[in-house]
Structure formats: structure tokens, C-alpha cells
Design a binder for this molecule. Structure first.
Ligand SMILES: *[C@@H]1O[C@H](CO)[C@@H](O)[C@H](O)[C@H]1NC(C)=O
Ligand SMILES: *[C@@H]1O[C@H](CO)[C@@H](O)[C@H](O)[C@H]1NC(C)=O
Ligand SMILES: *[C@@H]1O[C@H](CO)[C@@H](O)[C@H](O)[C@H]1NC(C)=O
Ligand SMILES: *[C@@H]1O[C@H](CO)[C@@H](O)[C@H](O)[C@H]1NC(C)=O
Length: 414
């Protein structure tokens, strides 16, 4: 029989696990900062923002490489390729030394952060862990014919039920892992249902500005075609060329911030439109897996990841980002159609007397008495393959947390 204190304890543990699964209880950057042997690894975790993905999850194992091995891995590789390798080294299950040596049947496939991206076919995002003879533990890709070329060398740090950090001898690799295909921005946007935006950035020349800014990191918020047709969207054909350029620059921030990083962003983001006269910043709010970009005038929910190739990230959003600098305190309520690619030199451009937007032009759209901005009804609730997979990962992770807790309670009961 289970004594009532044991049942109480089990219940408390379940509660504890439930509480912790909601918010991150660890900071991988801080954990690794205490170990100079992994400073290069830590640097790349931050640069690629894999650290944010790790911090937003529970029940995982980070396989770290000592500095020499990490330097060799990153040498002459595109950062996007290094990011893939780091994701494959992050197992979505908790393994400490004891558990590694107690794998049932001596071999197991375990999922990793790479699998959550949906960018690799089949189970390439899984890692084979095998308990080898002589107490050694080997890790390898599931790629046909791959060897178990990575071995466990030592335990670094454990926070029980949350995160385990283990050192391994070498990266886990497979052919294609480190490739970073250069994204064709317009093509990717068109495929993702952002054709209007793609046409606008090409015809206005802003695409060139985006490309020039990419090296130092760039995140673009691309409104979907539905967003351009939504009620309350101002008539973009009345904008001067300069205003249109500013609006499009307002849709990009000069840093690499994928969705997982935006979730933890608290500061306002400066955009490419920010200059000496205009304060073109964006706010970020998130709730669970939902992340929204907030301006003074509206809120745009992130729909999909269109391109995520460090240092470039393109996210589609379900609403245009309207800056109060350009559009006054409320957008014009009238539903107005815009042409997909307005001619660069419009009549409005000719009538704009000065390039200084803020001081020369009054807000384009004055507040009207009846002009309460309407939120677009029926905003598409799309989920990316990656999002769906992330969900699966979480389910799996939660199940394993609960499993561990029950195992623990069970052990205590006897
Ligand atoms: C994690 O730790 C690093 C280094 O101490 C710090 O800069 C960063 O803000 C922390 N991140 C979070 C989400 O607290
Ligand atoms: C892991 O790899 C070893 C060696 O290639 C193989 O024998 C084993 O079946 C694999 N394990 C799983 C679970 O696929
Ligand atoms: C990108 O794709 C578009 C078609 O959407 C094509 O016209 C263009 O030539 C491509 N650019 C490059 C650099 O391949
Ligand atoms: C810019 O915007 C931020 C946030 O809304 C505000 O705190 C700050 O005072 C603004 N700065 C200028 C120069 O308008």
C-alpha cells in the first residue's frame, strides 16, 4: 500500500513538474559561462540563437564540444550550417551519465531540435545513441551507413528534470547538414503567400537595402497578401516614394531574431526606418507559441517562418505594420485597394516637397471620428510544419517529464 505521505509527495512532484514545464528554469548561456572549455560553443549558441530555443524548453540534453572541436566545426562553414549542427547536438530528452549507460536494448533513437525545424527529411533530425562495449557511449546520425563517430567524454552539468549538459568528442554529422542554401528572397516570399510584399520591395528598391543589411543580421516581417487586402489598410498608392520606402524599411529590424528569440524579447526593436528624425520602433508580445508585433496603431501576428537562414530571417505577418510617424494616430478606415506594384514615381511623390518625412509631411491619414481601427476578421490561423513539429516535440517532452516524475514517485514509494 502507498502511504498517504507518499501520495502527497507524488502529487507535489507532479505539481512541481507542471509548474516548471511552463517557463524556462535554465539559461544555457549562463550555465556554460562557468566553463571556459566551452566558450566557443557558447559563442555560437548565442550567435545562432539556438540558446533561445534551448531556454524555452524543458527536459533536454545539450551535447557540447570543447573549444578545439567547436572551432574546427565552424571553420569556413556558413553560420546557418553551424546552427544545424548545434540543433542536432540538442537532444529533446534528459540524459545524464547513468541514463546513458542504462539504455534499454543498448540503443535508442532520440529526437533533437533539428527535427523541430522540418527542414530535413525523414528522421535525419534524430540521433542514434548506442551503449558500446567497454562502457563507451556512441552517438551517430540516422543517415544510412553513418558511423557512431561521436563519443561521450564527460558530464558537465545537470539540473534535474530540466537540462543536462554532456561533453562529447566530436560533432554528429551527415552529408548535407552543414549546407546553407542561399535563399531566393522573392521566390520564398511568393511561395509563402506574400507576393504583394515581394513586388513592393523589388519595385521600390528596398530589397537591395535588405540585402545590404543582411550580413549583420536582418529580420523581415512580411505581410501576407490577405493583410494588404484587409479592411482599414491605408491606400499605399497615395504614398510618396520616400514614404513607401520608409514603410517597407519599418518592416525589417537589423538583427537576426527568429520567432523563438522574439518570444523572449522584452525591449522594443529598432527598425531599418529609424533615423535621426523618426523613432520607428516595434514592440513584441507573446503568449504561448503566438508571437505578435505591435506598433502604436496595430498588432500583427506572426503566421509563418518563410526563411530562417542565419543571419537572415523572414517571418510572414497577418497585418501591415503601420507606424504612427507615417500614418498619424489611426489608419484611414476606408477599404482601399492597392496595386501590387505602384510605379515608383507617383503624383504624390512629385507633390512631396521635402525628403524629411516627419517635419515636412503631416501624418498621411488623420484620425476620423468614425475611424476606429478594425481588426482584420478571420486572420488566418496557419501553422507551419515546423510549428506543428514543435508541438509534437513538446508533447513528447511533457510525456517524458511526467514519466520521470512517476518513476521517481514510484521509487520513493518502495
Ligand atoms: C542568460 O544569461 C546571459 C548571461 O548571463 C544573459 O546575458 C541573458 O540575458 C540571460 N538570458 C535570459 C533569458 O535571462
Ligand atoms: C544505431 O546504430 C547502430 C550502428 O549502426 C545500429 O546497430 C543500431 O541498430 C542503431 N539503433 C537504432 C535504434 O536504430
Ligand atoms: C529568384 O526567383 C525569381 C522567381 O521568383 C527569379 O525571377 C529570380 O531570377 C531568382 N533570383 C535568383 C538570384 O536566382
Ligand atoms: C521613441 O519611442 C519610445 C517608445 O515608444 C519612447 O520611449 C521614446 O521616448 C521615443 N523617442 C523619441 C525621440 O521620440
Amino acid at each position: 500500500m502507498w502511504s498517504s505521505p507518499t501520495i502527497c509527495l507524488s502529487f507535489a512532484l507532479v505539481l512541481l513538474a507542471t509548474t516548471f514545464s511552463g517557463s524556462a528554469a535554465h539559461n544555457i548561456t549562463e550555465i556554460l559561462a562557468a566553463f571556459p572549455d566551452y566558450s566557443v560553443y557558447n559563442h555560437y549558441l548565442s550567435q545562432t540563437k539556438v540558446s533561445d530555443e534551448i531556454n524555452s524548453r524543458q527536459t533536454l540534453t545539450v551535447l557540447v564540444l570543447p573549444n578545439a572541436a567547436m572551432t574546427a566545426l565552424a571553420d569556413k562553414q556558413p553560420v546557418a550550417g553551424v546552427k544545424n549542427a548545434l540543433r542536432l547536438l540538442t537532444l529533446l530528452d534528459y540524459y545524464d551519465s547513468a541514463k546513458l549507460h542504462k539504455i534499454s536494448q543498448g540503443t535508442v533513437l532520440t529526437t533533437t531540435l533539428l527535427q523541430t525545424t522540418g527542414n530535413f527529411q525523414g528522421n535525419l533530425g534524430f540521433v542514434n545513441i548506442t551503449d558500446l562495449k567497454g562502457g563507451k557511449v556512441g552517438f551517430g546520425s540516422t543517415f544510412p551507413g553513418a558511423r557512431l563517430a561521436t563519443t561521450y567524454t564527460k558530464s558537465v552539468k545537470q539540473i534535474e528534470f530540466s537540462i543536462s549538459v554532456l561533453e562529447v568528442s566530436a560533432p554528429i554529422l551527415f552529408s548535407g547538414l552543414l549546407d546553407a542554401p542561399t535563399a531566393n528572397i522573392t521566390e520564398s516570399l511568393e511561395k509563402a503567400g506574400c507576393k504583394t510584399f515581394a513586388n513592393l520591395i523589388v519595385s521600390s528598391g528596398v530589397l537591395k537595402m535588405y540585402k545590404a543589411a543582411t550580413d549583420k543580421g536582418l529580420t523581415v516581417f512580411a505581410p501576407t497578401d490577405e493583410a494588404f487586402k484587409a479592411k482599414g489598410v491605408p491606400d499605399l498608392s497615395t504614398l510618396t516614394q520616400l514614404q513607401l520606402v520608409t514603410l517597407l524599411q519599418y518592416h525589417a529590424v537589423p538583427q537576426y531574431t527568429p520567432k523563438s528569440s522574439l518570444k523572449t524579447t522584452k525591449l522594443r526593436l529598432s527598425t531599418l526606418a529609424t533615423n535621426s528624425v523618426g523613432n520607428y520602433t516595434l514592440g513584441v508580445t507573446s503568449s504561448g507559441d503566438d508571437v505578435s508585433i505591435v506598433t502604436d496603431l496595430d498588432t500583427a501576428r506572426i503566421a509563418n517562418t518563410v526563411v530562417d537562414s542565419t543571419p537572415l530571417c523572414i517571418l510572414s505577418v497577418d497585418h501591415l505594420l503601420l507606424s504612427s510617424e507615417l500614418f498619424g494616430s489611426a489608419p484611414a478606415p476606408a477599404p482601399i485597394k492597392i496595386s501590387p506594384a505602384p510605379a515608383p514615381e507617383s503624383e504624390a511623390a512629385a507633390s512631396a516637397p521635402s525628403p524629411d518625412l516627419k517635419s515636412a509631411s503631416p501624418p498621411m491619414f488623420e484620425e476620423t471620428p468614425s475611424g476606429a481601427p478594425e481588426s482584420p476578421a478571420g486572420a488566418p490561423e496557419e501553422e507551419t510544419a515546423a510549428d506543428v513539429k514543435t508541438g509534437d516535440g513538446k508533447m513528447l517532452k511533457m510525456r517524458s517529464t511526467v514519466g520521470l516524475v512517476w518513476l521517481f514517485s514510484f521509487t520513493l514509494a518502495f
